[in-house]
Design a protein around this ligand. Structure first.
Ligand SMILES: Nc1nc2c(ncn2[C@@H]2O[C@H](COP(=O)(O)OP(=O)(O)OP(=O)(O)O)[C@@H](O)[C@H]2O)c(=O)[nH]1
Ligand SMILES: [Mg+2]
Length: 211
């Protein structure tokens, strides 16, 4: 059976907030993928949609600089019922002030103000854990109007790189942090390379899109 994730297709890349407001995108529920540069956002979207190159997974950090929209359908029905949005990464040291300002305006404006945003998948390299820049991003999400509150799904990525004890520790630390957040937050382990946690991610993203 075709799931909504199998029908995912690239729609458009948006470079600034004016472009977002002027876009002809249908107003359907959205889930955004955010995280530090190189955390594994694009790889997570590819794994989620059973594709190898839907969201281009780059080896160069900081490659994605636009909001990249992917449309989800409903089985064979081509009508768009939801969007996945791949956001530019942050926390990459070698970026100039102008790029940083553009990022703040675009991603901050999107996360705080986008009416269609239902939830955010925050991708965190499981070898590093939650970093200050991730906390700042969660802070942006917490600035949304209460009636437009979005949920957070914390994805501990690249768990193929750590052992069982480290996995347990990383999960426990993040769950402890999640419990203290002023928004609904869930946590899971994930590996795009080994396709671990793909079904769990599909289920959670599906739930968030149906909120
Ligand atoms: N070992 C391992 N490496 C991974 C995994 N997922 C992604 N990577 C690697 O991590 C690097 C970054 O992956 P991307 O998916 O491009 O990361 P991103 O967060 O989209 O990066 P930006 O778009 O630059 O912000 C690539 O070299 C991937 O091959 C994983 O599950 N395991
Ligand atoms: Mg990317």
């Amino acid at each position: 059976m075709l799931t909504r994730f199998d029908t995912a297709r690239y729609v458009t890349s948006i470079a600034d907030l004016a472009g977002l407001n002027g876009s002809q995108l249908p107003a359907v529920p959205e889930v955004a993928f955010v995280g530090r540069s190189n955390a594994g956002k694009s790889s997570a979207i590819n794994a989620l949609t059973n594709r190898t190159r839907l969201a281009y997974a780059s080896k160069l950090p900081g490659r994605t600089q636009t909001l990249n929209f992917f449309a989800l359908g409903n089985g064979r029905d081509p009508a768009t019922t939801g969007h996945l949005v791949d956001l530019p990464g942050y926390g990459f040291a070698k970026v100039d002030a102008a790029t940083r300002r553009r990022w703040n305006e675009l991603v901050g404006g999107y996360l705080i103000g986008r009416p269609e945003l239902r939830g955010v998948v925050l991708v965190i390299d499981s070898r590093r854990g939650l970093m200050p820049a991730d906390e700042e991003l969660i802070g942006l999400l917490c600035q949304r109007e209460p009636e437009r509150a979005a949920v957070l799904h914390l994805l501990l990525s690249k768990v193929d790189q750590i052992n069982t004890v480290q996995r347990r520790a990383a999960l426990a630390a993040l769950e402890a942090r999640a419990r203290l957040l002023p928004l609904e937050a869930t946590v899971q382990l994930f590996s795009a390379h080994r396709r671990e946690g793909v079904a769990e991610l599909q289920q959670r993203v599906g739930q968030i899109l149906s909120r």
